[in-house]
Design a protein around this ligand. Structure first.
Ligand code: DX5
Ligand code: ZN
Length: 216
């Protein structure tokens, strides 16, 4: 089963409730919430308060992608705010294994994200502790960028690693996915697909998500 996770980064923040309802009605599986701290990436987005509020109103689970420095300082707060899935960047901490254990203690499912520069081999020593691995297919920081072709091979490598070591682990792809390559990323092994601009940019997120789902 392939899960689709619309990225709220591309939604109209002033109409966030309606945007969420539209994708929920179109059977989105997760709401992907991009947390940026102005340090790990230049942009600043949301903190734990909005995650708590979204958790109260949402009918589907929240998938929190933390693009923050020193996630060991605040990742736990996002789990406590109601995120069901939490990923932090392997590049942002030297304590990934310990942090995963910490996050699991909150009851959340947790895992690591890797930037385009980070080889899949870097996951070898944390994969046993991950419920999810997120392979970035653009440089983190904003939506609407082009898919980096090399990510397709990284998805295949990550799929092989997961199948061999931790088959229950989810494999998420994030960045530049839409109509033209949705099937390709799924064929390469992704089973959670984040899409921002492909869902929200046309002004009819529900319709767009249904059309994307029909391609699978
Ligand atoms: C980028 C974010 C993505 C982004 C995806 O840093 O992590 O989740 O919103 O947007 P699209 O699908 O437009 O690349
Ligand atoms: Zn993201």
């Amino acid at each position: 089963m392939i899960a689709l996770a619309p990225s709220l980064l591309s939604a109209d923040f002033a109409r966030i409730g309606e945007e969420i309802t539209a994708v929920e009605d179109a059977r989105a599986d997760y709401l992907h919430v991009d947390v940026m701290d102005g340090q790990f990436v230049p942009a600043i987005t949301w903190g734990p308060k909005i995650v708590r509020d979204l958790h109260r109103m949402a009918r589907i689970p929240l998938d929190c992608h933390l693009m923050i420095e020193e996630p060991e300082r605040s990742a736990r707060v996002f789990c406590e705010a109601g995120a069901s899935l939490v990923t932090f960047h392997l590049e942002a901490t030297t304590h990934a294994q310990g942090l995963l254990a910490d996050l699991h203690a909150t009851g959340a499912r947790a895992g690591v994200a890797i930037c385009p520069q980070t080889p899949v081999a870097m996951l070898e020593d944390v994969i046993d502790d991950c419920d999810i691995v997120l392979v970035m297919s653009v440089n983190p920081g904003r939506s609407g960028q082009r898919f980096i072709p090399r990510a397709m091979e990284k998805l295949r490598q990550a799929r092989e690693l997961i199948d061999r070591r931790n088959p229950a682990c989810l494999l998420e792809v994030d960045g530049g996915v839409g109509e033209s390559n949705l099937r390709d990323v799924v064929n390469a092994g992704a089973n959670v697909v984040v899409m921002g601009s492909a869902v929200f940019d046309g002004g009819d997120p529900g319709g767009a998500l249904r059309r994307l789902r029909a391609l699978l």
